[in-house]
Ligand binder design. Structure first.
Ligand code: UD1
Length: 418
């Protein structure tokens, strides 16, 4: 159990480097089982979800070593195609091993993945796409069994641009005979990172970043060294923290284009944002105004992952902001906790209405999920007195040394575990 203690009222000043992307690293770690040589990854964040992926790789028989933010993986010794339930349950992205193992071994046996409880998180689109590629998929006694003598390229139309289904399809298709086209693919930057990694190891994939991805039949060839892109949600969280607390911070090694929708709303709220190619400055006097209506959407729309932290930044903004959540059915779990600080938030179906209040007051909170937990810390930075967040380990699943990052910027934040 982690306990986070935040004493509010400090403005944030200084500069910090943005960690590597969790959501880009995890599918690439799954994809590394396809490599015919060694994989070296740079700028991988040190997080609980990354540890979980490394445990899965080791269980499968791969060598997987971590040295600071670098990872070394050698999948040539892979011997298993089955992932036990306890490893699957540690995070959502474990499901991407399904496509990767199917491509590598012609079979995969695993149970449904874990991850934040944000409502129903079905994987029907993943399974349908794998079946279309020629895999037999059976769901039996809480297990998923996939098998394919031969995978055959085809045209796959996703009815919704699911990130996970797009990734699983790309990986399985890399071992198929003939070309695969994914129509209606997710366009997230993490999909482009997966494409770049696959191409660096010798596959031929193009179109990532658009809704149409083409995977040509050319399997992986050699070793690869790859650098993970900056984490757009960690960057968005720090930008929201500064917007709420006030101050001026510089985010280095960031990719502002990857979270421009978040920056747009921070500007609307009254912050000064200066973006350069791979860094940005956020300046705020801490007195924000409401921004109308925000709707979460698949990329390039406003990211559902940034919704809780932007909500936290706007709790004291003058006026009324509405947030419509369209991706997950249960993504307002932070709301009852934020109300304990004095926030005025009304929930109606999938819309939250935030009426800015003059003051928030520190309280005892419980982190409900990864981004919800981060939102509580952001809100705590602006609350009077002390806020304590009890956390089963959600925040450390996605933010690398978040207490140190915030403290280096002048915040009073402590993390203790027991
Ligand atoms: C989601 C986010 C992604 C974020 C990631 C990590 C979207 C579209 N996706 O990806 O940006 O980085 O969380 O937090 O914002 N769905 C189905 N059937 C499926 C798969 C998905 O109905 O087989 C539905 C889900 O119920 C949900 C939506 O599609 O409503 C989002 O799914 P998806 O993109 O697959 O989620 P993640 O891959 O977890």
């Amino acid at each position: 159990m982690d306990f986070w203690t935040v004493r509010g009222g400090k403005k944030l000043y200084g500069s910090c480097r943005i960690q590597g992307s969790k959501n880009a690293s995890l599918p690439i770690l799954a994809a590394s089982v396809l490599a015919c040589g060694e994989t070296e990854l740079d700028c991988v964040p040190r997080l609980r979800d990354i540890d979980a992926a490394l445990r899965i790789l080791r269980h499968l028989g791969c060598r997987a070593e971590q040295d600071g933010n670098s990872l070394y993986i050698d999948a040539r010794g892979l011997v298993h195609s089955c992932i036990p339930e306890d490893l699957m349950h540690e995070m959502r992205s474990s499901v991407i091993f399904m496509g990767a193992l199917l491509a590598r071994c012609g079979e995969a046996r695993l149970s449904p993945p874990g991850g934040c409880r944000l409502g129903k998180r079905p994987i029907d689109l993943h399974l349908k796409a794998l079946r279309q590629l020629g895999a037999e998929v059976e769901e039996r006694g809480g297990e998923i069994l996939c098998r394919a003598e031969k995978l055959r390229g085809t045209v796959i139309r996703l009815p919704f641009p699911s990130v996970g289904a797009t990734e699983n399809t790309m990986l399985a298709a890399s071992a198929a005979e003939g070309e695969t086209v994914i129509e209606g693919a997710a366009r997230e930057p993490e999909i482009e990172a997966l494409q770049d990694y696959l191409n660096a190891m010798g596959c031929r994939v193009c179109g990532a970043g658009t809704g149409r991805i083409v995977i040509e039949p050319r399997g992986p060839r050699g070793s690869v060294r790859f650098r993970i892109q900056p984490d757009r949600i960690a960057a968005a969280t720090l930008a929201c923290a500064c917007a709420a607390a006030g101050g001026e911070i510089e985010l280095l090694d960031a990719e502002p284009a990857h979270f421009s929708t978040v920056l747009h709303f921070l500007k609307e709220a009254g912050c000064d944002i200066i973006t350069k190619q791979c860094c940005l400055t956020v300046r705020s006097d801490g007195r924000l105004r409401a921004v109308g209506t925000i709707t979460t959407e698949p990329y390039p729309g406003f990211p559902t992952d940034a919704q809780p932290v932007l909500m936290a930044a706007l709790l004291r903004a003058e006026g009324v902001t509405r947030i419509r959540e369209t991706i997950f059915e249960n993504r307002f779990r932070q709301v009852p906790e934020l109300r304990k600080l004095g926030a005025e938030i009304r929930l109606e179906g999938q819309t939250a209405e935030i009426r800015g209040v003059a003051h928030l007051t520190g309280a005892e909170l419980e982190a409900t999920d990864l981004r919800g937990g981060a939102a509580m810390l952001v809100a705590g930075l602006t609350a009077e007195g002390e806020t304590r967040v009890r956390d089963e380990g959600h925040i450390a699943r996605g933010y690398e040394r978040f207490d140190r990052v915030l403290s280096a910027l002048g915040a009073e934040v402590r993390r203790t575990d027991s």
